[in-house]
Design a protein around this ligand. Structure first.
Ligand SMILES: *Cc1c(COP(=O)(O)O)cnc(C)c1O
Length: 574
């Protein structure tokens, strides 16, 4: 305990940027993440540690995680709570705080996990936890499940994250110079800050002036991730009144967060000095969704060291020393001999084939063009686009391609679950022609095996719904090219025939009213047949040039080191 207290004193020595996220993937086996948002948060923290930035992160403990996914022989998703023990990874800190929920005091404790870098950097991550004796059984459950429960449950979680998080940092002795909200889930933190900056009532005539919005706004940075209105958390005011009480007067809250319902995005927009989307296109989409706010764009990245497989790490260490902490070094990728690049890729591919046979009993060949697709199973990602015309797929791909799929559907997303079932049924139907697997329980560990072990990484979102996407960036770190719809980051990373290939026309050539599915599927089949398959089997030299370009032009840029340098110069120190 003495050690922990002195460690805390060390951590609180200098003022910090506080990074708030509903989910953070700090480690594969700490199941406090569900997908892209959490992995991005983890990569943000890992790069911050490497760059020795003064940052502290806050999230929820989620003791049952998101869920562990099984898939039965009919292709149906089976969900189990993830069992894990926080004390194996983190330490309980000797500070507590409380928030008011439904009129009760709810106690919060926090676990500390340090993300350490070889550069000597260290980022403390606090996991808030309501599972303590003083709380009622129901309140002890508030931080149990990530994205579980109903609207009331979600609001309670967001009170713990936003309000509880600010209070916990204060209890622990942190001085905070910026609050960065990674998505709107954390935006109740602004209400706690408003209360901090409350001026004495006798100063003013108008009650509203009591709330010093400007001081709060100067402290806050907001990153939005959702390009559709329906994706933003909204809470009816009767619920807010019942669960949260009048933490600030309801009329002031309505002014800041919307008349009809408490809109978490709106609240963050109104109280942040710097607001950004997560790719150039997403910045524009957000700007048109929220006119009247100035919305910037900082394109996402991935943590290079985390998302490079061992074979490529060794290769980079040999030919591009210093790459892990300075990914710009990838510009010199041409120094790696072609045969070494190909051998590293083949080794990673063999590892994936081994994993597939271990998991499914299916025998994949390292000599066959392998296409990977793994992401949240949800309708707009169109995981089954490739199967729109089965006969055509078979005539193009018989004996020439094999397919690896993975991804979880949210437990309440029936359409998403149906997608998994559909792919499993195609797997069975085409088994003598095209080998297909659906790997269960997509997590960070399987993600790395997949993005490094396939030959091309495919993404087929319905535009403009992919805010950024990051798995394709991971692929580029392993010399794997993208074959994707021009949405999110790929609009910026794509150079046709150099870094990869597009599916469907560029965004500015979209004609309204055309059936996006058939148009995109048509292009997908055409390029696969006429461009990609011939290139893979007949022109290895050009294929390897493209692998180099994926590294030298895409991994070079789409990393969180570059991203964090931009957050520092454009958002944090302004
Ligand atoms: C990187 C990653 C994601 C996000 O990938 P997208 O391309 O943004 O869909 C989701 N889940 C896991 C486990 C990941 O590693």
């Amino acid at each position: 305990m003495i050690d922990l207290i002195s460690a805390m004193l060390e951590l609180t020595k200098e003022p910090k940027i506080a990074y708030f996220s509903m989910e953070i993937g700090v480690h594969n086996d700490i199941p406090t993440y569900s997908g892209g948002l959490g992995v991005l948060a983890g990569d943000t923290i890992r790069s911050s540690a490497d760059l020795r930035l003064p940052l502290v992160a806050v999230t929820l403990l989620t003791k049952k995680g998101y869920f562990t996914q099984d898939i039965d022989d009919k292709g149906r998703q089976v969900e189990r709570p993830t069992v894990w023990d926080p004390s194996e990874y983190m330490q309980l800190i000797p500070y507590k705080t409380t928030v008011q929920i439904e009129g009760r005091d709810v106690g919060i404790q926090a676990w500390l996990y340090n993300v350490k870098s070889l550069t000597g950097g260290n980022i403390p991550v606090f996991f808030l936890d309501t599972d303590i004796k003083v709380n009622t059984p129901e309140d002890r459950d508030i931080t149990s499940s990530l994205y579980g429960g109903d609207t009331t449950y979600r609001l309670k979680q967001e009170i713990v994250l936003g309000i509880g998080g600010v209070r916990m940092l204060h209890e622990a002795g942190f001085e905070i110079k910026k609050y960065h909200m990674n998505e709107g889930h954390a935006s109740l933190l602004t209400l706690e800050l408003l209360n901090r900056f409350k001026r004495p009532i006798e100063d003013v005539w108008d009650e509203k002036l009591v709330w010093d919005k400007k001081s709060v706004t100067n402290l806050c940075v907001f990153t939005t991730h959702t390009p559709v209105e329906a994706g933003h958390d909204k809470f009816p005011y009767d619920l807010v009144g019942r669960v949260m009480g009048e933490i600030i007067p309801i009329s002031t809250l309505q002014e800041l967060a919307g008349r009809e319902a408490l809109n978490m995005t709106k609240l963050a927009l109104n109280l942040s000095r710097y607001i950004n989307g997560v790719a150039k296109k997403h910045g524009e989409v957000s700007q048109s969704m929220f006119p009247g706010y100035e919305i910037h764009a900082i394109t996402n990245g991935v943590h290079s060291y985390t998302w490079t497989c061992d074979y490529f790490k060794r290769l980079y260490d040999e030919y591009l020393p210093g790459w892990a902490n300075e990914p710009e070094v990838f510009v010199r990728v041409g120094r790696i001999p072609d045969d070494r690049l190909w051998d590293a890729h083949t080794d990673a591919k063999k590892d994936l084939c081994g994993y597939i046979s271990e998991q499914t009993g299916m025998v994949f060949s390292p000599d066959v063009l392998t296409i990977g697709f793994a992401r949240r199973a949800t309708a707009y990602k169109r995981a089954d686009l490739l199967f729109r015309d089965i006969d055509r797929l078979v005539s193009i791909g018989d004996g020439r391609i094999q397919l690896v799929y993975a991804g979880k559907a949210h437990p309440r997303d029936e359409q998403g679950k149906q997608l998994i079932q559909n792919i499993c049924s195609y797997r069975d139907r085409l088994k003598d022609k095209i080998r297909i697997v659906y790997l269960k329980n997509y997590d960070m560990r399987t993600a790395l095996k997949l993005v490094s072990g396939v030959d091309i990484w495919m993404n087929t979102p319905l535009r403009p719904l992919e805010a950024s996407g990051t798995s394709g960036m991971k692929a580029t770190h392993n010399g794997v090219m993208n074959f994707s719809v021009l949405d999110g980051w790929w609009i910026e990373g794509h150079i046709e025939g150099f870094t990869g290939w597009s599916i469907g026309p560029p965004a500015h050539e979209l004609t309204p009213g055309t059936d996006a599915d058939s148009r995109d599927a048509e292009d997908l089949y055409y390029k696969l047949e006429k461009v990609i398959i011939p290139l893979y089997y007949n022109n290895r030299h050009t294929w390897i040039r493209m692998m180099q370009n994926a590294i030298g032009k895409n991994a070079y840029y789409f990393n969180t080191h570059r991203m964090m340098r931009r957050y520092v110069t454009e958002a944090y120190i302004r």
